[in-house]
Unconditional design. Structure first.
Length: 581
Protein backbone atom coordinates (compact mmCIF):
# COMPACT_ATOMS: atom_id res chain seq x y z
CA UNK A 1 0.00 0.00 0.00
CA UNK A 2 1.47 3.38 -1.01
CA UNK A 3 1.72 6.59 1.02
CA UNK A 4 -1.04 8.27 -0.98
CA UNK A 5 -3.54 5.60 0.06
CA UNK A 6 -2.44 5.88 3.69
CA UNK A 7 -2.93 9.66 3.50
CA UNK A 8 -6.42 9.18 2.06
CA UNK A 9 -7.29 6.86 4.96
CA UNK A 10 -6.32 9.47 7.54
CA UNK A 11 -8.24 12.16 5.64
CA UNK A 12 -11.29 9.87 5.69
CA UNK A 13 -11.06 9.45 9.47
CA UNK A 14 -10.61 13.21 9.89
CA UNK A 15 -13.61 13.88 7.59
CA UNK A 16 -11.44 16.11 5.36
CA UNK A 17 -11.54 13.82 2.33
CA UNK A 18 -12.53 15.49 -0.94
CA UNK A 19 -15.01 13.83 -3.32
CA UNK A 20 -12.15 13.02 -5.70
CA UNK A 21 -10.11 11.56 -2.86
CA UNK A 22 -13.11 9.52 -1.74
CA UNK A 23 -13.39 7.93 -5.19
CA UNK A 24 -9.68 7.09 -5.18
CA UNK A 25 -9.95 5.56 -1.71
CA UNK A 26 -13.00 3.54 -2.77
CA UNK A 27 -11.02 2.12 -5.67
CA UNK A 28 -8.11 1.16 -3.42
CA UNK A 29 -10.37 -0.49 -0.84
CA UNK A 30 -12.15 -2.50 -3.51
CA UNK A 31 -8.96 -3.73 -5.14
CA UNK A 32 -6.38 -3.96 -2.33
CA UNK A 33 -6.99 -6.20 0.70
CA UNK A 34 -3.97 -4.67 2.48
CA UNK A 35 -5.55 -1.23 2.12
CA UNK A 36 -8.83 -2.49 3.58
CA UNK A 37 -7.01 -3.99 6.55
CA UNK A 38 -5.01 -0.79 7.11
CA UNK A 39 -8.23 1.28 6.95
CA UNK A 40 -9.91 -0.90 9.55
CA UNK A 41 -6.93 -0.85 11.90
CA UNK A 42 -6.55 2.93 11.66
CA UNK A 43 -10.20 3.41 12.62
CA UNK A 44 -9.82 0.88 15.39
CA UNK A 45 -6.82 2.62 16.96
CA UNK A 46 -8.53 6.03 16.81
CA UNK A 47 -11.70 4.75 18.45
CA UNK A 48 -9.76 2.86 21.10
CA UNK A 49 -8.02 6.08 22.15
CA UNK A 50 -11.38 7.81 22.30
CA UNK A 51 -12.82 4.96 24.36
CA UNK A 52 -9.88 5.23 26.74
CA UNK A 53 -10.31 8.97 27.18
CA UNK A 54 -14.09 9.10 27.48
CA UNK A 55 -14.60 6.03 29.62
CA UNK A 56 -16.91 4.36 27.12
CA UNK A 57 -15.12 1.07 27.62
CA UNK A 58 -13.19 -0.22 30.63
CA UNK A 59 -10.33 -1.99 28.89
CA UNK A 60 -8.81 -3.26 32.13
CA UNK A 61 -11.95 -5.07 33.28
CA UNK A 62 -11.45 -8.79 32.85
CA UNK A 63 -15.15 -9.67 32.94
CA UNK A 64 -14.69 -13.22 34.12
CA UNK A 65 -18.42 -13.60 34.55
CA UNK A 66 -18.94 -13.23 30.80
CA UNK A 67 -16.51 -15.93 29.70
CA UNK A 68 -17.89 -18.99 28.02
CA UNK A 69 -18.66 -21.80 30.46
CA UNK A 70 -15.95 -24.46 30.20
CA UNK A 71 -13.92 -22.40 27.71
CA UNK A 72 -12.33 -19.73 29.89
CA UNK A 73 -8.88 -21.20 29.46
CA UNK A 74 -9.16 -21.05 25.69
CA UNK A 75 -9.46 -17.26 25.55
CA UNK A 76 -6.33 -15.17 25.28
CA UNK A 77 -4.74 -13.72 28.39
CA UNK A 78 -4.75 -10.14 27.22
CA UNK A 79 -8.32 -9.48 28.36
CA UNK A 80 -9.43 -9.15 24.74
CA UNK A 81 -12.56 -7.01 24.73
CA UNK A 82 -14.02 -9.12 21.94
CA UNK A 83 -13.94 -12.23 24.15
CA UNK A 84 -13.60 -11.57 27.82
CA UNK A 85 -15.25 -8.35 28.95
CA UNK A 86 -18.83 -8.14 30.01
CA UNK A 87 -19.11 -4.57 28.67
CA UNK A 88 -17.73 -5.64 25.28
CA UNK A 89 -17.12 -3.36 22.32
CA UNK A 90 -19.63 -0.53 22.61
CA UNK A 91 -18.07 1.67 19.92
CA UNK A 92 -16.33 -0.47 17.31
CA UNK A 93 -16.34 -4.20 16.85
CA UNK A 94 -13.23 -4.13 14.64
CA UNK A 95 -10.74 -5.44 17.19
CA UNK A 96 -7.09 -4.45 17.45
CA UNK A 97 -4.23 -6.73 16.55
CA UNK A 98 -2.64 -8.42 19.54
CA UNK A 99 0.45 -6.20 19.33
CA UNK A 100 -1.53 -2.93 19.36
CA UNK A 101 -3.89 -4.17 22.06
CA UNK A 102 -1.09 -5.28 24.35
CA UNK A 103 0.64 -1.94 23.99
CA UNK A 104 -2.50 -0.21 25.22
CA UNK A 105 -2.97 -2.58 28.13
CA UNK A 106 0.63 -2.11 29.29
CA UNK A 107 0.58 1.66 29.47
CA UNK A 108 0.85 1.54 33.26
CA UNK A 109 4.32 -0.04 32.99
CA UNK A 110 5.75 2.62 30.67
CA UNK A 111 8.29 5.22 31.85
CA UNK A 112 6.79 8.43 33.18
CA UNK A 113 7.79 10.47 30.14
CA UNK A 114 6.01 8.00 27.86
CA UNK A 115 2.94 7.98 30.08
CA UNK A 116 2.83 11.78 29.68
CA UNK A 117 3.01 11.41 25.91
CA UNK A 118 0.20 8.84 25.95
CA UNK A 119 -1.85 11.14 28.21
CA UNK A 120 -1.38 13.95 25.71
CA UNK A 121 -2.53 11.64 22.92
CA UNK A 122 -5.60 10.72 24.95
CA UNK A 123 -6.36 14.42 25.51
CA UNK A 124 -6.06 15.05 21.79
CA UNK A 125 -8.33 12.09 21.17
CA UNK A 126 -10.87 13.56 23.59
CA UNK A 127 -10.82 16.88 21.75
CA UNK A 128 -11.07 15.00 18.49
CA UNK A 129 -14.14 13.12 19.76
CA UNK A 130 -15.76 16.37 20.87
CA UNK A 131 -14.99 18.09 17.59
CA UNK A 132 -16.31 15.16 15.58
CA UNK A 133 -19.02 13.99 17.93
CA UNK A 134 -21.45 13.53 15.07
CA UNK A 135 -18.97 11.13 13.48
CA UNK A 136 -18.92 8.84 16.48
CA UNK A 137 -22.60 9.17 17.29
CA UNK A 138 -23.69 8.73 13.69
CA UNK A 139 -20.75 6.70 12.56
CA UNK A 140 -21.25 6.47 8.82
CA UNK A 141 -23.47 9.48 8.12
CA UNK A 142 -20.57 11.41 6.63
CA UNK A 143 -20.04 8.66 4.10
CA UNK A 144 -23.65 8.82 2.94
CA UNK A 145 -23.42 12.56 2.30
CA UNK A 146 -20.38 12.50 0.04
CA UNK A 147 -21.14 10.29 -2.92
CA UNK A 148 -23.75 7.85 -4.22
CA UNK A 149 -21.02 5.19 -4.31
CA UNK A 150 -19.99 5.47 -0.68
CA UNK A 151 -21.82 2.31 0.35
CA UNK A 152 -18.83 0.39 -1.00
CA UNK A 153 -16.56 1.74 1.75
CA UNK A 154 -16.15 -0.33 4.92
CA UNK A 155 -18.41 1.32 7.46
CA UNK A 156 -17.47 2.44 10.96
CA UNK A 157 -19.73 1.05 13.65
CA UNK A 158 -21.47 3.96 15.35
CA UNK A 159 -21.26 4.47 19.09
CA UNK A 160 -23.88 2.25 20.65
CA UNK A 161 -25.12 2.90 24.16
CA UNK A 162 -25.95 -0.09 26.30
CA UNK A 163 -29.30 1.67 26.68
CA UNK A 164 -30.22 0.80 23.08
CA UNK A 165 -31.34 -2.46 21.54
CA UNK A 166 -29.21 -3.67 18.63
CA UNK A 167 -31.14 -6.71 17.34
CA UNK A 168 -34.44 -8.58 17.61
CA UNK A 169 -35.71 -12.15 17.36
CA UNK A 170 -37.89 -12.31 14.23
CA UNK A 171 -38.64 -16.03 14.00
CA UNK A 172 -37.89 -19.35 15.63
CA UNK A 173 -38.70 -23.02 15.31
CA UNK A 174 -41.33 -24.66 17.50
CA UNK A 175 -38.73 -26.80 19.30
CA UNK A 176 -36.58 -23.95 20.64
CA UNK A 177 -35.27 -24.51 24.17
CA UNK A 178 -33.39 -21.71 25.93
CA UNK A 179 -30.83 -22.29 28.67
CA UNK A 180 -31.86 -20.88 32.04
CA UNK A 181 -28.96 -18.40 32.13
CA UNK A 182 -29.60 -17.00 28.65
CA UNK A 183 -30.21 -13.27 28.36
CA UNK A 184 -33.95 -12.82 27.87
CA UNK A 185 -35.18 -10.59 25.04
CA UNK A 186 -37.63 -7.93 26.14
CA UNK A 187 -41.40 -8.16 25.57
CA UNK A 188 -40.83 -7.09 21.96
CA UNK A 189 -38.06 -9.69 21.57
CA UNK A 190 -35.20 -7.16 21.30
CA UNK A 191 -31.67 -7.70 22.62
CA UNK A 192 -29.24 -5.15 24.01
CA UNK A 193 -25.54 -4.78 23.39
CA UNK A 194 -23.70 -7.62 25.21
CA UNK A 195 -26.76 -9.83 25.66
CA UNK A 196 -25.64 -13.47 25.43
CA UNK A 197 -28.22 -15.78 23.91
CA UNK A 198 -27.82 -19.41 24.99
CA UNK A 199 -29.87 -21.81 22.89
CA UNK A 200 -30.00 -25.43 24.02
CA UNK A 201 -31.79 -26.62 20.87
CA UNK A 202 -33.82 -25.35 17.95
CA UNK A 203 -33.44 -22.49 15.49
CA UNK A 204 -33.61 -18.75 16.21
CA UNK A 205 -33.46 -16.06 13.54
CA UNK A 206 -31.94 -12.82 14.82
CA UNK A 207 -32.18 -9.59 12.81
CA UNK A 208 -29.94 -6.61 13.56
CA UNK A 209 -31.39 -3.13 13.22
CA UNK A 210 -28.42 -2.40 10.92
CA UNK A 211 -29.76 -5.02 8.48
CA UNK A 212 -27.72 -8.19 9.08
CA UNK A 213 -29.55 -11.44 9.87
CA UNK A 214 -28.29 -14.60 11.57
CA UNK A 215 -29.88 -18.00 11.92
CA UNK A 216 -28.60 -19.53 15.17
CA UNK A 217 -28.75 -23.31 15.56
CA UNK A 218 -28.70 -24.79 19.05
CA UNK A 219 -26.72 -25.72 20.98
CA UNK A 220 -25.29 -22.25 20.49
CA UNK A 221 -23.95 -19.28 22.47
CA UNK A 222 -24.10 -15.94 20.67
CA UNK A 223 -23.62 -12.38 21.96
CA UNK A 224 -24.96 -9.24 20.27
CA UNK A 225 -21.92 -7.05 20.92
CA UNK A 226 -22.78 -3.98 18.84
CA UNK A 227 -24.81 -2.54 15.99
CA UNK A 228 -22.74 -4.30 13.34
CA UNK A 229 -21.01 -7.01 15.36
CA UNK A 230 -21.58 -10.23 17.21
CA UNK A 231 -19.62 -12.97 18.91
CA UNK A 232 -20.19 -16.67 18.27
CA UNK A 233 -18.75 -18.44 21.31
CA UNK A 234 -19.97 -21.93 20.49
CA UNK A 235 -22.20 -23.62 17.95
CA UNK A 236 -23.28 -22.79 14.42
CA UNK A 237 -24.88 -19.92 12.55
CA UNK A 238 -25.68 -18.77 9.04
CA UNK A 239 -25.39 -15.05 8.34
CA UNK A 240 -26.78 -12.78 5.64
CA UNK A 241 -25.20 -9.33 5.34
CA UNK A 242 -26.78 -7.12 2.68
CA UNK A 243 -26.25 -3.57 3.90
CA UNK A 244 -22.68 -2.79 4.89
CA UNK A 245 -20.07 -4.78 6.76
CA UNK A 246 -20.48 -6.95 9.82
CA UNK A 247 -17.76 -8.11 12.23
CA UNK A 248 -18.25 -11.56 13.69
CA UNK A 249 -15.71 -12.78 16.25
CA UNK A 250 -15.11 -16.28 17.57
CA UNK A 251 -12.51 -17.57 20.09
CA UNK A 252 -10.10 -18.17 17.21
CA UNK A 253 -11.09 -15.86 14.34
CA UNK A 254 -12.61 -12.63 13.14
CA UNK A 255 -14.89 -12.66 10.12
CA UNK A 256 -15.60 -9.45 8.19
CA UNK A 257 -18.63 -9.87 5.95
CA UNK A 258 -18.82 -7.55 2.95
CA UNK A 259 -21.93 -9.59 2.00
CA UNK A 260 -23.78 -11.81 1.27
CA UNK A 261 -24.40 -15.25 2.89
CA UNK A 262 -21.95 -17.35 4.88
CA UNK A 263 -21.84 -20.00 7.60
CA UNK A 264 -19.62 -20.09 10.70
CA UNK A 265 -19.27 -22.77 13.38
CA UNK A 266 -17.19 -23.11 16.54
CA UNK A 267 -16.41 -26.57 17.92
CA UNK A 268 -15.40 -27.88 21.37
CA UNK A 269 -11.73 -27.03 20.70
CA UNK A 270 -12.63 -23.43 19.82
CA UNK A 271 -11.68 -24.03 16.20
CA UNK A 272 -13.65 -22.05 13.62
CA UNK A 273 -15.02 -23.33 10.31
CA UNK A 274 -16.17 -20.80 7.71
CA UNK A 275 -18.03 -21.36 4.44
CA UNK A 276 -19.18 -18.74 1.91
CA UNK A 277 -22.41 -19.46 0.04
CA UNK A 278 -22.17 -16.23 -1.97
CA UNK A 279 -20.44 -12.89 -1.58
CA UNK A 280 -17.06 -12.00 -0.10
CA UNK A 281 -15.76 -12.26 3.47
CA UNK A 282 -12.38 -11.72 5.08
CA UNK A 283 -11.19 -14.14 7.76
CA UNK A 284 -8.56 -13.03 10.29
CA UNK A 285 -6.93 -15.34 12.84
CA UNK A 286 -5.19 -14.55 16.14
CA UNK A 287 -1.98 -14.07 14.17
CA UNK A 288 -2.01 -10.62 12.47
CA UNK A 289 -0.44 -11.96 9.27
CA UNK A 290 -2.84 -14.89 8.88
CA UNK A 291 -5.82 -13.55 7.00
CA UNK A 292 -7.50 -14.63 3.80
CA UNK A 293 -10.43 -13.62 1.63
CA UNK A 294 -13.10 -16.13 0.67
CA UNK A 295 -15.76 -15.95 -2.00
CA UNK A 296 -18.54 -18.13 -3.46
CA UNK A 297 -18.21 -21.79 -2.44
CA UNK A 298 -14.91 -21.35 -0.57
CA UNK A 299 -14.21 -22.60 2.97
CA UNK A 300 -11.55 -22.22 5.64
CA UNK A 301 -10.56 -23.70 9.00
CA UNK A 302 -9.00 -21.50 11.71
CA UNK A 303 -7.40 -23.17 14.70
CA UNK A 304 -7.23 -21.60 18.15
CA UNK A 305 -3.47 -21.12 17.85
CA UNK A 306 -3.83 -19.01 14.69
CA UNK A 307 -3.26 -21.53 11.91
CA UNK A 308 -5.45 -20.88 8.86
CA UNK A 309 -6.18 -23.52 6.26
CA UNK A 310 -8.32 -23.31 3.15
CA UNK A 311 -10.49 -26.29 3.95
CA UNK A 312 -12.30 -28.38 1.35
CA UNK A 313 -13.60 -30.48 4.26
CA UNK A 314 -15.95 -27.72 5.40
CA UNK A 315 -19.20 -28.03 3.47
CA UNK A 316 -22.16 -25.72 3.14
CA UNK A 317 -24.37 -28.72 3.89
CA UNK A 318 -23.41 -28.56 7.57
CA UNK A 319 -25.15 -25.16 7.96
CA UNK A 320 -28.90 -24.57 8.29
CA UNK A 321 -30.20 -21.81 6.02
CA UNK A 322 -33.95 -21.74 6.70
CA UNK A 323 -36.19 -21.78 9.78
CA UNK A 324 -39.82 -22.93 9.74
CA UNK A 325 -42.10 -20.02 10.58
CA UNK A 326 -44.28 -20.41 13.68
CA UNK A 327 -46.82 -18.04 12.11
CA UNK A 328 -49.70 -19.95 10.56
CA UNK A 329 -51.10 -17.82 7.73
CA UNK A 330 -54.72 -17.96 6.61
CA UNK A 331 -56.12 -17.53 3.12
CA UNK A 332 -59.16 -15.71 4.51
CA UNK A 333 -57.56 -13.03 6.70
CA UNK A 334 -54.33 -11.28 7.63
CA UNK A 335 -53.52 -10.00 11.10
CA UNK A 336 -52.56 -6.35 11.52
CA UNK A 337 -50.15 -7.67 14.18
CA UNK A 338 -48.26 -9.40 11.37
CA UNK A 339 -48.39 -6.29 9.20
CA UNK A 340 -46.81 -4.12 11.92
CA UNK A 341 -44.28 -6.88 12.67
CA UNK A 342 -43.29 -7.34 9.00
CA UNK A 343 -39.58 -7.23 8.16
CA UNK A 344 -40.08 -7.06 4.40
CA UNK A 345 -43.11 -7.49 2.14
CA UNK A 346 -44.53 -10.96 2.72
CA UNK A 347 -42.13 -11.73 5.58
CA UNK A 348 -43.62 -11.36 9.05
CA UNK A 349 -41.76 -11.22 12.34
CA UNK A 350 -42.97 -11.88 15.87
CA UNK A 351 -42.98 -8.29 17.13
CA UNK A 352 -42.73 -4.73 15.88
CA UNK A 353 -42.22 -1.32 17.45
CA UNK A 354 -42.58 2.16 15.92
CA UNK A 355 -41.92 5.52 17.57
CA UNK A 356 -45.03 7.67 16.90
CA UNK A 357 -43.07 10.92 17.12
CA UNK A 358 -40.38 9.95 14.56
CA UNK A 359 -41.73 7.03 12.53
CA UNK A 360 -38.54 5.06 13.14
CA UNK A 361 -38.21 1.55 14.50
CA UNK A 362 -38.01 2.31 18.21
CA UNK A 363 -34.84 0.93 19.83
CA UNK A 364 -35.11 2.46 23.28
CA UNK A 365 -35.49 0.06 26.22
CA UNK A 366 -38.02 0.94 28.87
CA UNK A 367 -35.64 1.28 31.81
CA UNK A 368 -37.10 4.35 33.52
CA UNK A 369 -38.81 3.80 36.85
CA UNK A 370 -41.98 5.33 35.47
CA UNK A 371 -41.89 3.64 32.07
CA UNK A 372 -40.84 4.58 28.53
CA UNK A 373 -41.72 8.27 28.81
CA UNK A 374 -43.99 10.75 27.01
CA UNK A 375 -43.65 11.71 23.35
CA UNK A 376 -45.08 14.95 22.00
CA UNK A 377 -46.99 15.81 18.81
CA UNK A 378 -44.56 16.16 15.89
CA UNK A 379 -46.92 15.88 12.93
CA UNK A 380 -47.38 12.97 10.53
CA UNK A 381 -44.29 10.76 10.31
CA UNK A 382 -43.67 8.72 7.17
CA UNK A 383 -42.49 5.14 7.63
CA UNK A 384 -41.02 4.56 4.19
CA UNK A 385 -38.86 1.78 5.64
CA UNK A 386 -41.95 -0.26 6.47
CA UNK A 387 -43.65 -2.43 3.81
CA UNK A 388 -47.24 -1.97 5.05
CA UNK A 389 -47.39 1.03 7.41
CA UNK A 390 -47.79 4.37 5.61
CA UNK A 391 -47.04 6.46 8.69
CA UNK A 392 -47.74 7.27 12.35
CA UNK A 393 -48.64 10.39 14.30
CA UNK A 394 -49.52 11.89 17.68
CA UNK A 395 -52.70 14.02 17.55
CA UNK A 396 -52.18 17.73 18.33
CA UNK A 397 -53.24 19.18 21.66
CA UNK A 398 -56.04 21.52 20.63
CA UNK A 399 -57.97 19.33 18.20
CA UNK A 400 -56.65 20.90 15.00
CA UNK A 401 -56.97 18.89 11.77
CA UNK A 402 -54.13 16.38 11.63
CA UNK A 403 -52.51 14.77 8.59
CA UNK A 404 -53.20 11.03 8.60
CA UNK A 405 -51.47 9.78 5.41
CA UNK A 406 -48.66 10.42 2.94
CA UNK A 407 -51.18 11.97 0.54
CA UNK A 408 -51.62 15.03 2.79
CA UNK A 409 -55.24 14.33 3.80
CA UNK A 410 -56.44 15.45 7.25
CA UNK A 411 -58.94 14.22 9.82
CA UNK A 412 -60.73 15.95 12.69
CA UNK A 413 -60.01 14.64 16.19
CA UNK A 414 -61.20 15.79 19.62
CA UNK A 415 -59.13 17.86 22.04
CA UNK A 416 -56.41 15.86 23.78
CA UNK A 417 -53.23 16.38 25.77
CA UNK A 418 -51.05 16.21 22.63
CA UNK A 419 -48.70 13.62 24.08
CA UNK A 420 -48.57 9.83 24.20
CA UNK A 421 -46.76 7.29 26.32
CA UNK A 422 -44.15 5.05 24.73
CA UNK A 423 -44.21 3.51 21.24
CA UNK A 424 -46.75 1.77 19.05
CA UNK A 425 -46.00 -1.95 19.23
CA UNK A 426 -47.18 -5.33 18.01
CA UNK A 427 -46.62 -8.79 19.43
CA UNK A 428 -47.56 -12.14 17.92
CA UNK A 429 -48.87 -14.95 20.07
CA UNK A 430 -46.69 -18.06 19.78
CA UNK A 431 -47.65 -21.44 21.14
CA UNK A 432 -45.53 -22.97 23.89
CA UNK A 433 -42.67 -21.44 25.86
CA UNK A 434 -40.25 -20.88 23.00
CA UNK A 435 -40.24 -17.07 23.33
CA UNK A 436 -38.72 -15.79 26.55
CA UNK A 437 -40.02 -12.60 28.17
CA UNK A 438 -37.92 -10.44 30.49
CA UNK A 439 -39.59 -10.32 33.89
CA UNK A 440 -38.42 -6.76 34.60
CA UNK A 441 -39.87 -5.21 31.45
CA UNK A 442 -43.20 -3.44 31.01
CA UNK A 443 -45.26 -1.21 28.78
CA UNK A 444 -45.82 1.89 30.86
CA UNK A 445 -45.73 0.98 34.55
CA UNK A 446 -46.47 -2.48 35.95
CA UNK A 447 -48.44 -3.58 32.89
CA UNK A 448 -46.35 -6.53 31.71
CA UNK A 449 -48.37 -9.14 33.59
CA UNK A 450 -51.69 -7.86 32.29
CA UNK A 451 -50.45 -7.40 28.71
CA UNK A 452 -48.87 -10.88 28.73
CA UNK A 453 -52.12 -12.39 30.03
CA UNK A 454 -54.10 -10.62 27.31
CA UNK A 455 -51.61 -11.90 24.72
CA UNK A 456 -52.15 -15.50 25.81
CA UNK A 457 -55.92 -15.02 25.59
CA UNK A 458 -55.70 -13.74 22.01
CA UNK A 459 -55.79 -15.83 18.84
CA UNK A 460 -53.21 -13.92 16.78
CA UNK A 461 -51.78 -11.19 19.00
CA UNK A 462 -51.92 -7.57 20.12
CA UNK A 463 -51.18 -4.04 18.96
CA UNK A 464 -50.58 -1.48 21.69
CA UNK A 465 -51.38 2.22 21.29
CA UNK A 466 -51.35 4.30 24.41
CA UNK A 467 -53.94 7.07 24.21
CA UNK A 468 -53.05 9.80 21.67
CA UNK A 469 -51.42 7.74 18.94
CA UNK A 470 -52.37 7.00 15.34
CA UNK A 471 -51.18 4.50 12.74
CA UNK A 472 -52.10 4.33 9.03
CA UNK A 473 -51.84 1.18 6.92
CA UNK A 474 -51.34 1.22 3.14
CA UNK A 475 -54.11 -1.02 1.79
CA UNK A 476 -52.56 -1.10 -1.68
CA UNK A 477 -49.40 -2.61 -0.23
CA UNK A 478 -51.56 -5.26 1.44
CA UNK A 479 -53.32 -6.01 -1.87
CA UNK A 480 -50.02 -6.32 -3.72
CA UNK A 481 -48.49 -8.97 -1.46
CA UNK A 482 -51.15 -10.50 0.81
CA UNK A 483 -54.65 -10.27 -0.62
CA UNK A 484 -57.64 -8.03 -1.17
CA UNK A 485 -59.05 -6.74 2.18
CA UNK A 486 -62.83 -6.58 2.46
CA UNK A 487 -63.41 -5.80 6.15
CA UNK A 488 -61.49 -4.68 9.24
CA UNK A 489 -62.41 -6.34 12.56
CA UNK A 490 -60.84 -6.12 16.01
CA UNK A 491 -61.56 -5.94 19.71
CA UNK A 492 -60.28 -3.00 21.75
CA UNK A 493 -59.75 -2.70 25.47
CA UNK A 494 -58.23 -0.22 27.91
CA UNK A 495 -55.70 -1.87 30.22
CA UNK A 496 -55.85 1.07 32.63
CA UNK A 497 -53.36 0.28 35.39
CA UNK A 498 -54.07 3.11 37.84
CA UNK A 499 -55.06 0.69 40.61
CA UNK A 500 -51.70 -1.08 40.40
CA UNK A 501 -49.61 2.09 40.42
CA UNK A 502 -51.49 4.57 42.64
CA UNK A 503 -52.34 3.69 46.25
CA UNK A 504 -54.57 6.72 46.83
CA UNK A 505 -58.17 5.42 46.49
CA UNK A 506 -59.66 8.88 46.95
CA UNK A 507 -57.53 10.27 44.13
CA UNK A 508 -58.48 7.40 41.82
CA UNK A 509 -62.20 7.82 42.55
CA UNK A 510 -61.92 11.49 41.59
CA UNK A 511 -60.57 10.60 38.15
CA UNK A 512 -61.99 8.83 35.14
CA UNK A 513 -59.40 7.11 32.99
CA UNK A 514 -60.83 6.60 29.53
CA UNK A 515 -59.84 6.81 25.89
CA UNK A 516 -61.55 7.24 22.51
CA UNK A 517 -60.77 4.78 19.70
CA UNK A 518 -61.64 5.70 16.10
CA UNK A 519 -61.21 3.93 12.76
CA UNK A 520 -60.92 5.93 9.50
CA UNK A 521 -60.82 4.78 5.89
CA UNK A 522 -59.35 7.40 3.55
CA UNK A 523 -60.06 10.08 6.15
CA UNK A 524 -63.72 9.12 6.68
CA UNK A 525 -64.70 7.94 10.16
CA UNK A 526 -66.12 4.42 9.86
CA UNK A 527 -66.17 3.13 13.46
CA UNK A 528 -65.53 4.48 16.93
CA UNK A 529 -65.70 3.66 20.60
CA UNK A 530 -65.65 6.80 22.76
CA UNK A 531 -65.03 6.81 26.50
CA UNK A 532 -63.46 3.33 26.68
CA UNK A 533 -62.60 2.36 30.26
CA UNK A 534 -61.13 -0.70 31.89
CA UNK A 535 -64.54 -1.71 33.15
CA UNK A 536 -65.90 -1.93 29.58
CA UNK A 537 -63.75 -4.97 28.80
CA UNK A 538 -63.31 -5.95 25.15
CA UNK A 539 -65.36 -3.98 22.63
CA UNK A 540 -65.66 -5.07 18.98
CA UNK A 541 -65.08 -2.63 16.11
CA UNK A 542 -65.62 -3.45 12.44
CA UNK A 543 -65.79 -1.56 9.17
CA UNK A 544 -66.15 -2.62 5.51
CA UNK A 545 -63.36 -1.85 3.02
CA UNK A 546 -63.98 -1.16 -0.66
CA UNK A 547 -61.70 -2.03 -3.57
CA UNK A 548 -60.96 1.66 -4.12
CA UNK A 549 -59.98 2.37 -0.49
CA UNK A 550 -56.32 3.25 0.04
CA UNK A 551 -55.64 3.96 3.75
CA UNK A 552 -56.84 2.42 7.01
CA UNK A 553 -56.17 4.63 10.05
CA UNK A 554 -56.63 3.72 13.72
CA UNK A 555 -56.37 6.52 16.29
CA UNK A 556 -56.65 6.68 20.07
CA UNK A 557 -57.14 9.90 22.05
CA UNK A 558 -57.56 10.56 25.76
CA UNK A 559 -61.25 11.12 26.40
CA UNK A 560 -60.73 13.23 29.50
CA UNK A 561 -57.71 15.31 28.42
CA UNK A 562 -55.35 13.21 30.56
CA UNK A 563 -53.31 10.49 28.88
CA UNK A 564 -52.10 8.76 32.02
CA UNK A 565 -52.88 5.06 32.55
CA UNK A 566 -54.83 4.63 29.29
CA UNK A 567 -53.10 1.61 27.76
CA UNK A 568 -55.27 0.85 24.71
CA UNK A 569 -54.76 -2.56 23.13
CA UNK A 570 -56.13 -3.89 19.83
CA UNK A 571 -56.85 -7.60 20.32
CA UNK A 572 -56.76 -9.82 17.22
CA UNK A 573 -57.03 -6.97 14.68
CA UNK A 574 -57.52 -8.57 11.26
CA UNK A 575 -58.32 -7.70 7.68
CA UNK A 576 -60.82 -10.15 6.23
CA UNK A 577 -59.68 -11.05 2.72
CA UNK A 578 -61.60 -11.86 -0.40
CA UNK A 579 -61.02 -15.56 -0.99
CA UNK A 580 -59.74 -16.09 -4.55
CA UNK A 581 -61.92 -18.31 -6.75
Amino acid sequence: MNNETRSLIFQAIDKSLSPEGLKRLQHELRSDEHARLEYIKAINLTETLVERSTGIQNLDHQGSESRVDGMAGLLDATGDASHGTSHSESVSQVTLTNQTRESLFRQATFPSWLVAVVAAMVMVASLYAMRHSEFFVNGDSWLADESPDTHDLPKVTQAVSSQLYVAKVVSLSDDVVWNDNSAAPDFLLRTRCDDRLRIASGLVRLQYFSGAEFLLRGPCIFATTGERSGRLEYGSLTGVVDDGDFWLTTPSAQVLGFGREFGVSVDDQAGTDVHVFNGVIQVDSAEPTNWISLTDGMSARIELGGAVERSPRTSGEQFTRHVPSPIKMSMSEVSLVDLVSATTAGHFGLAGVIAPDTGSSDRGPWLRVDGPGNRMHQGFQLTSWHPYVDGVFIPPEFGQPVQYSSEQGTIELPFCSGRTWGPIWSRRRVEGNAVMVARDDYWGTLTLERVSHKLQQSETGLIGLHSNAGITFDLNAVRDSVGNPMEFVCSVCNLDNSSETVNDDKWRRSKRFSADVQVFVDGQRKASRPDLTRQDGDVTLRTPIELSDRFLTIVTTDHDGFNGFDHVVLVDPVLKLAIPK
